[in-house]
Ligand binder design. Structure first.
Ligand code: C2E
Ligand code: CA
Ligand code: CA
Length: 403
């Protein structure tokens, strides 16, 4: 982001509803962002200079507006070379919101998210966290105000941990694997959420070091599970930036050989939106990883905008259905249809499915009914610290009902 990191960034609010604009102004001001310009619609917003010299680092825009709607405005922002962040707002249904978020990401704009109206202060704060510190961004509630240097030090000191969240066969409840999730416990400030430090690592050249540590910890754990009699897959998340590292497949292979683990026991998750946006840059590394036998999973499936053409180009092995659809499916016909079609599509293309964020019995039952393969979510277990995962497995193994 541009400008002096110590001076608060300027904000442009684009909304035709004066009440919303007023609410946002107050909420932003409480967070220390007082330099706010407002425009009533996209056409008026176009007259506001948003170039790097303007200091505008955040645009909060409504999607449904007279004259020029939010989507048209986003396209213009792209043409204008806007470099800052975008936060969208809409009263539309969640499916449309997800689609728009994907569209904006595919335009290569830095989208913090889409807020559903009426907007809640907590959602606004959550979205603004993604601005990261040192960007002239807002003063957010204590505990998340961390700097890139602190992250760098934490990475060097090995303060980053990996927690594991199990995945089970939807029907038999047999544990199939676990996803490694990065956790940063700051020595003074407590837990820093991944939504804060992952974008920070991505933007400051630290994401490769982070992925290396997660991989080593995941392999260390996988080896321990095996010694304990559990032959499980280990999944980890990769940022698209990790995939621009051409020696990644060799590095991963070297680690696996070192640990004596088969490469097909590893699953790499990449978000659908990042694959769609950066297909040409990531294709080669993904292909080479797959040729070595590594599993490839499409994370947050259903949130990426645009075509599914990439599925023809990259032989993904697994499709992780975004929790937004999973949570909504029991009570929402559209979400249920998307869940069902995603499972169908995956099976037709020879992929297995993981329904993520399964929180209730109703969601779990529905996944089974619709033929989904695996589930992951609080209904099975929350993420567990690495040293507690094997005990969790042992306890679960004896408690799992056989139904
Ligand atoms: P993700 O890959 O979609 O990971 C799933 C997130 O959903 C995790 O959040 C997990 O704790 C949460 N979750 C799991 N089950 C449930 C549920 O039943 N209900 C709800 N509400 N949430 C559930 P977490 O750990 O905060 O991670 C957030 C995101 O940060 C991840 O989303 C992933 O995109 C990113 N991330 C985490 N670790 C890494 C990493 O090592 N590398 C990279 N590049 N990204 C990571
Ligand atoms: Ca994931
Ligand atoms: Ca996900």
């Amino acid at each position: 982001m541009t400008g002096d990191p110590n001076s608060p960034l300027r904000v442009l609010i684009v909304d035709d509803d004066p009440a919303v604009a007023r609410f946002l102004k107050v909420a932003l001001s409480n967070l220390g962002l007082r330099d706010v310009t407002t425009a009533e619609n996209g056409a008026e917003a176009l007259e506001v200079d948003v170039g790097p010299a303007s200091g505008i680092g955040l645009i909060v825009s409504d999607l449904q507006m007279p004259k020029l709607d939010g989507i048209a405005y986003l396209r213009h922002l792209k043409t204008l070379g806007y470099q800052g962040a975008v936060l969208l707002m809409s009263g539309a249904d969640s499916r449309l919101l997800k689609a728009v978020e994907g569209l904006a990401t595919s335009l290569d704009l830095r989208v913090l998210g889409v807020l559903a109206k009426p907007i809640r202060q907590a959602d606004l704060v959550d979205a603004l966290r993604k601005l990261g510190p040192g960007t002239g961004g807002p003063r957010l509630p204590a505990g998340v105000d961390v700097s890139v240097d602190e992250l760098r030090v934490a990475l060097q000191a090995g303060d980053l941990d990996v927690w594991f969240q199990p995945q089970a066969d939807a029907r038999s409840r047999r544990i199939l694997g676990a996803e490694a999730l990065a956790r940063w416990r700051h020595r003074e400030k407590g837990f820093i959420p991944p939504s804060t430090f992952i974008p920070m690592a991505e933007e400051n050249g630290l994401i490769d070091a982070l992925a290396d540590q997660v991989l080593v910890k995941a392999m260390t754990a996988a080896k321990e599970w095996r010694s304990g009699g559990f032959d499980l897959k280990a999944s980890m998340n990769l940022s698209f930036r990790n995939l621009s590292r051409l020696d990644l497949p060799e590095w991963i292979e070297k680690q696996a050989v070192g640990f004596g683990l088969p490469l097909d026991g590893l699953v790499l998750e990449v978000t659908e939106s990042s694959v769609v946006t950066h297909l040409s840059a990531t294709l080669e590394v993904l292909m080479r990883l797959r040729l070595k036998g590594v599993g490839l999973s499409i994370d947050d499936f259903g949130t990426g905008y645009a075509t599914l053409d990439y599925l023809k180009q990259i032989p993904f092995t697994e499709l992780k259905i975004d929790r937004g659809f999973v949570n909504a499916a029991p009570n929402d016909r559209t979400a249920r249809t998307i869940l069902e079609s995603s499972i169908f599509l995956a099976h037709r293309l020879g992929m297995t499915t993981v329904a993520e964020g399964v929180e209730t019995k109703a969601e779990w039952d529905l996944v089974v009914e619709l033929g989904g393969d695996a589930i992951q979510g609080y209904a099975l277990s929350r993420p567990v610290p690495e040293d507690q995962f094997l005990p969790w497995l042992q306890a679960f193994g004896t408690s799992a009902p056989s139904s």
